[in-house]
Design a protein around this ligand. Structure first.
Ligand SMILES: [Cu+2]
Length: 111
């Protein structure tokens, strides 16, 4: 009787341990994916005060789209700003500012 009980308890504990390991592995995988997703996509808004006509947003958009890692660019002439979506493992805000500046439009990041 006593021996049987010990066996049952031992089996139960082993099962709990197995399941705990499975859950912890699953969590590692899920959190790992999440981390990758968070690290990959970022959005920055640039203030570009020297925009003054309908051609400016086109030039600025082109200059930003040339930057490796940029996935989307929205330029507003009214707001004198650009919203850029980019992969932060490939590029950074500094490179975006450099791109508009070299195209003739100095910019700065809007917090
Ligand atoms: Cu213009």
């Amino acid at each position: 009787m006593h021996k049987t009980m010990n066996k049952v308890i031992k089996n139960t504990l082993q099962n709990i341990l197995k399941n705990t390991m499975k859950i912890s592995l699953a969590l590692t995988v899920i959190l790992g994916f999440n981390h990758a997703a968070v690290a990959a996509e970022k959005t920055a808004t640039l203030d570009i005060p020297s925009m003054n006509c309908a051609m400016c947003p086109i030039t600025i958009k082109k200059s930003l789209e040339k930057v490796d890692g940029v996935t989307n660019v929205e330029v507003s002439l009214d707001e004198k700003s650009a919203i850029i979506t980019f992969n932060d493992e490939k590029t950074q805000v500094d490179a975006l500012i450099k791109a508009t500046t070299e195209a003739g439009y100095p910019s700065s990041e809007t917090p």
